[in-house]
Design a protein around this ligand. Structure first.
Ligand SMILES: Nc1nc2c(ncn2[C@@H]2O[C@H](COP(=O)(O)O)[C@@H](O)[C@H]2O)c(=O)[nH]1
Ligand code: MN
Ligand code: MN
Length: 488
């Protein structure tokens, strides 16, 4: 296996949206792989070689069920981006590469009471105000430089710390996954280097794929759910924020990947790819990683809380009114790079598992106790950015996710071109004029990175969300179109 081409993998068709990689492909696979894709997407996935990574993940000690690939899957570090794997919480492993470098990268959606026509004359002002309000760029500083004690509070309390400091409202926490704070944070498991990288970056977007985007509701698939989520009006203006834990989470990932690599021999693991390096969940290293990962997850939630406050202030400055929650209520915040201990039925038995979601979104169905009460009758909001030119989507989790995919679904459109290929295919200038022609106003910090983010570099998000909808993992609620994109 290792890094061999996906073309050699014997794929078995399960149905119109699912494909199986049987364990006979390689005797080291402990469970089969299952990949979600239609006929079109599976061809893109095969040519990307990500299927090999789905098979590699299936060799992890303690993996249960299936090694899963969502339709937005593409090549990643060890695990594919768009991959989901659950390991037994008692005797399985946690793999830092299975969470990714941007721990708790995630998406937050805010509604407004404005309609597209009402902001037409103010789009440039709004774009400028947002660009000023949201610090961006590789390694850039954030809105708030923390003291060491404040950094500790952020690691322990996440978005709650930010709300208590005046960035947003208590009600924002109710509509944040885990209420914006993952339990089990261990600041003592975080390196000095990670602290140094994070302490000046709270309240910053970062670069490249991270963005804030003003959009409008262009199509509604499910009126009842859209209404419950507060996005029930065609033409309604909303804003999406996509970013994560910045250099802080990146350093934590680096530190623990290094530790895991150094310990593979000691644990007696022989994995097909060194990037899968992992540690028993119930080992000193595994527990330290999960504690440090929670610190990064909490930093990311505080980060998006500050950024959202900046978005509310920017709207208020342009539209001349107070940024009250009534005017810009938060819809939801989901993470898509994380490991969580959750309970599922596996082979007829209820088991605690460590769900690795790497470029995958939690998608709990209606009635689940982890969903905020106001959404419990419709399901957990699932926020799927597409690309900066075409569209993005809002879905709600569906029952199939509990039965098939450890409560998970896709996280975006997913790349169809590598960054290098995307850079070769279009210039920044060409891209900006194409976006302008489509009516999308762009403000960008790192212009040279823009071609990597061209819509043509991503799969068609409509095809991706159709697959998860048709497979029963989540249900389509609304389609959003971009008006203003602020890119890092
Ligand atoms: N609406 C927009 N979507 C975008 C943009 N840039 C990227 N994307 C989508 O986000 C997902 C998630 O990215 P990841 O880096 O966390 O894997 C990605 O797959 C794209 O579909 C944008 O500017 N606007
Ligand atoms: Mn990210
Ligand atoms: Mn992300």
């Amino acid at each position: 296996m290792g890094n061999q081409s996906s073309h050699n993998i014997p794929l078995e068709r399960i149905d119109a949206n699912r494909w199986r990689i049987p364990t006979r492909f390689n005797e080291a696979m402990r469970v089969p792989g299952v990949v979600y894709a239609d006929d079109e997407l599976i061809q893109q996935i095969i040519s990307d070689n990500a299927l090999t990574q789905v098979a590699n993940v299936a060799t992890l000690p303690g993996i249960v069920g299936h090694s899963l690939g969502m339709p937005d899957i593409h090549w990643g570090y060890g695990f594919p981006v768009g991959g989901v794997a659950a390991t037994d919480a008692r005797d399985g492993v946690v793999s830092p590469g299975g969470i990714g470098f941007d721990i708790n990268c995630g998406v937050r959606l805010l509604a407004t009471d404005l309609l597209r026509d009402q902001i037409k004359g103010s789009v440039d002002n709004l774009a400028d105000a947002l660009f000023r309000a949201l610090p961006s760029g590789v390694g850039g500083y954030g809105m708030r430089k923390l003291t060491s004690d404040e950094m500790r509070q952020v690691m322990l309390h996440g978005a709650r710390w930010a709300v208590e400091e005046g960035y947003g409202l208590e009600s924002d926490l109710e509509v944040t996954e885990e209420n914006g704070c993952l339990a089990g944070a261990k600041p003592e498991a975080v390196s000095r280097k990670a602290l140094e990288r994070g302490i000046g970056q709270l309240g910053s977007l970062g670069s490249g794929n991270h963005f804030a985007e003003v959009q409008y509701v262009e199509h509604i698939y499910d009126k009842e759910a859209a209404k419950a989520l507060g996005i029930g009006q065609i033409g309604q203006v909303v804003t999406t924020i996509h970013c994560g834990s910045r250099g802080f989470g990146h350093q934590i990932a680096e530190d623990y990947i290094k530790l895991a690599e150094a310990k593979q021999k000691e644990y007696g693991y022989e994995l097909p790819d060194r990037q899968l390096a992992c540690m028993p969940i119930n080992s000193e290293g595994g527990q330290a990683y999960l504690g440090a990962m929670a610190c990064a997850a909490n930093f990311a939630w505080a980060n998006r809380q500050l950024l959202m406050n900046g978005v509310r202030e920017a709207f208020a400055s342009v539209f001349g009114r107070k940024a009250r929650a009534k005017d810009m209520p938060m819809v939801y915040d989901v993470c898509h790079n994380i490991a969580k201990i959750e309970e599922y039925e596996v082979d007829g038995e209820l088991r605690q598992v460590c769900v690795h979601r790497k470029g995958a979104t939690r998608a709990f169905p209606k009635g689940h106790p982890a969903i905020p009460e106001q959404y419990r009758a419709v399901g957990q909001p699932v926020l799927i950015p597409g690309d900066m030119g075409r569209y993005s989507f809002v879905l709600v989790g569906a029952q199939g996710s509990m039965e098939q995919s450890f409560g998970s679904c896709c996280h975006g459109a997913g790349r169809r071109q590598s960054r290098t290929a995307a850079k070769k295919s279009i210039t920044s200038k060409e891209l900006l004029s194409k976006l302008e022609a489509r009516g999308v106003t762009v403000r960008v910090h790192s212009k040279n990175l823009l071609p990597e983010e061209a819509p043509s570099a991503y799969k068609d998000a409509q095809e991706v969300v159709n697959v998860v909808h048709n497979a029963g993992l989540a249900q389509l609620v609304a389609r959003l179109k971009p008006i203003v994109v602020v890119k890092g």
